[in-house]
Write a protein that binds this ligand. Structure first.
Ligand code: PAF
Length: 287
């Protein structure tokens, strides 16, 4: 695996592959990798000729007072992990390479990007859309792989790619979980052992949501109330968001469940803000 830190060098390395008609699979990350990221890279390895991963902790997507400085970093460990799954190139630029000056151009997806997590973290998705556009311009991938855990991020990027006719296929990959059901996330490292045990409640809340829908709970509002109550029983959990949405549009479904129900949780445990989600097929809608 070749490790590259400048845009010019990466373009020079990928140009000949493109000329030969090779497909490029891209896995953008912020590093401190886990099995979820490696699963993305394995999908890319299976589907495409050349696999490029990036590690860049993007300052634009962190708000004031968020964990930009503290975000965990370990490039040597990440490098070995990416190599073990057959990554061809790792692009790991310093901030001055990506943003030599404070950018005056942003990519914004204001409707999808300002709801849900975007309401809790203003400008977060603008930072994501801007850096992903830059990375797509640099790598020019055939396909790019993103974890479904960040469901809203996938929706925002898909919309951006469609609106701006970007020639890349977005491939969402299912969430990878630990044995106890906790979704893998680089931010799990912030959890104390006690908080880690408490975080199991998120995945259990999603299982509860599924059974309540199957049992015919009356409305999205009733489901949201039950999930809030269930999560609040855990004293270490601080709810930022419990949302029931239409999984295809992210819109509030009002009084009736949509065909595909997104349950999205954004909950604090100590210093960690954890995201989790499930999409539930509404069997009633099928019948
Ligand atoms: O999901 C992430 O790790 C980041 O938001 C991404 C897509 C790499 C952009 O910085």
């Amino acid at each position: 695996m070749k490790v590259i830190s400048t845009i010019r060098e990466l373009r020079a390395a990928l140009g000949p592959h493109r000329l030969l008609g090779r497909t490029i699979g891209f896995v953008p990350t912020m590093g401190y990798l886990h099995e979820g990221h490696l699963t993305l890279a394995r999908h890319a390895r299976r589907d495409t000729d050349i696999v490029v991963a990036s590690i860049f902790v993007n300052p634009l997507q962190f708000g004031p007072g968020e964990d930009y400085e503290a975000y965990p970093r370990d490039v040597d460990r990440d490098r070995a992990m990416l190599e073990s799954v057959g990554t061809d190139y790792l692009f790991s630029p310093p901030v001055r390479e990506m943003y030599p000056t404070r950018p005056d151009t942003y990519v914004d997806v204001p409707h999808l990007g300002s709801m849900l997590e975007g309401a809790v973290r203003p400008d977060h998705f603008r930072g994501v859309a801007t850096v992903v556009t830059k990375l797509f311009n640099i790598v020019q991938p055939t396909r790019a792989y993103f974890g479904e855990k960040d469901y809203q991020q996938v929706m925002v990027i898909r919309r951006m790619v469609s609106d701006l006719s970007m020639p890349v296929e977005i491939v969402p990959v299912p969430t990878v979980r630990d044995e106890d059901g906790v979704a893998l996330s680089s931010r799990n490292v912030y959890l104390t052992p006690e908080e880690r045990r408490a975080a199991v409640r998120l995945n259990r809340a999603l299982a509860l949501a599924r059974s309540l829908v199957d049992e015919g709970i009356a409305s999205p509002a009733a489901l949201e109330r039950r999930l809030r109550d269930y999560i609040c029983e855990e004293p270490l959990a601080g709810i930022d968001l419990v949302a029931i949405r239409d999984a295809d549009t992210l819109e509030d479904p009002g009084d009736a469940f949509p065909d595909r129900i997104l349950v999205l949780l954004f909950v604090r445990f100590g210093k960690a803000r954890l995201l989790d989600q499930v999409v539930i097929e509404n069997r009633k809608a099928e019948g």
